[in-house]
Design a protein around this ligand. Structure first.
Ligand code: ADP
Ligand code: MG
Length: 324
């Protein structure tokens, strides 16, 4: 089987017909008719084996995660994802692997009604680059800038699970937990939530590097400082159990600093709390108030973690950074 047969068999089926796609997979470029009155939103992400996921991860999960983590960026922008492109570098043409990968990738994009419109396939160490193209009503996108003093800080879902899952995958603690593993392997991009937050959240980001690190990006872009109460962070019982078994681990630290959860962290004007509760109910996605914007960005920390008495808590590491 050559590259073109592989693309035809496994990737072309992910390009389901869509009226506004004039030309999809098979030509030198894809052609799309943009939707009237809407701005285009584009994001691209690369995943490298051994760096963004362990070498032992199965092909289905690699495909699913690659798509889901990129879709999560569009969610954080309050945008509607529409099209994906996929640049795949493979060590060889292993058809079984590609078939599982494509099925994971396809499942993740289909859940968000996104179609694959093109890509590139090359040979080399395993690396996956996914671009998502979407749109949003003009001037209704969310961004990292816009948080204001006294806004509440809110996060969706639970935090820290994916870090627990990654440790279970890579380590040998003789312990398995499907929820934690699935939270790393098959993350849920919060696309419908992002759409609902448009016009409501003053700033938004997806939690990929770790909550405190990612809130730090909002704080810097918005020129504000925040306070986050660690005991308020939403955690699953699976994570609490796991941390209790791993002596010396605190679930608060996992929630504050663990990455890869792909939840949305946002700031919202405090008078919009009731609307936020309605959204949480409508979408059946938990939304938890975890802190507030305390003031303009001074010389202190962008994000201060505190205990119930308001005393500062520090951690050894606040999240992932490629070049540290
Ligand atoms: P070119 O030589 O013009 O770069 P390619 O041979 O790379 O074209 O790709 C042929 C067609 O297959 C293009 O339409 C491209 O978008 C598509 N394609 C290649 N690899 C993938 C992939 N991994 N997923 C989806 N489409 C792909
Ligand atoms: Mg090419």
């Amino acid at each position: 089987m050559d590259e073109f047969e592989l693309i035809g068999r496994y990737f072309k089926p992910l390009n389901s017909a869509r009226e506004e796609v004039s030309l999809g997979i098979g030509d030198d470029g894809a052609v799309i008719k943009p939707r009237r009155g809407r701005s285009i939103v584009v994001s691209v992400d690369t995943l490298i084996e051994g760096q963004h996921f362990p070498v032992c991860l199965d092909a289905y999960s690699i495909g699913f995660r690659a798509a889901a983590s990129s879709l999560s960026d569009l969610a954080a922008m309050g945008a509607c994802p529409l099209y994906a492109t996929l640049a795949l570098t493979l060590p060889g043409l292993d058809e079984t692997w590609v078939s599982s990968f494509a099925s994971g990738f396809g499942d993740a994009i289909q859940k968000s009604n996104t179609v694959l419109i093109g890509g590139d396939t090359t040979r080399g160490p395993l690396s996956i680059t996914v671009q998502i193209i979407g749109d949003v009503e003009h001037d209704r996108h969310l961004s990292r800038a816009g948080a204001k003093q006294n806004d509440i800080v809110v996060v969706s879902g639970t935090l820290g699970d994916a870090r627990g899952g990654l440790e279970l995958l890579s380590g040998s603690y003789g312990y398995r937990d499907k929820l934690l593993l699935d939270r790393f392997k098959l993350p849920t991009p919060r696309v419908t939530l992002g759409l609902a937050l448009s016009g409501l959240a003053s700033a938004c980001i997806d939690v990929s590097d770790g909550l405190v690190a990612d809130l730090g990006h909002i704080a810097k872009a918005s020129d504000v400082s925040m306070e986050v109460k660690i005991s308020s962070l939403p955690v699953s019982t699976a994570l609490i159990d796991y941390c209790a078994k791993r002596k010396g681990s605190s679930h608060g630290e996992y929630a504050a600093t663990g990455g890869d959860d792909y939840e949305l962290a946002m700031t919202v004007p405090s008078d919009a709390k009731a609307r936020l509760e309605e959204i949480a109910e409508e979408l059946a996605i938990p939304l938890t108030v975890i802190g507030r914007v305390v003031g303009n960005r001074g010389s202190g920390p962008a994000v201060r973690c505190v205990d119930d008495l308001g005393k500062g808590i520090t951690y050894d590491s606040y999240g992932f950074n490629h070049f540290l």
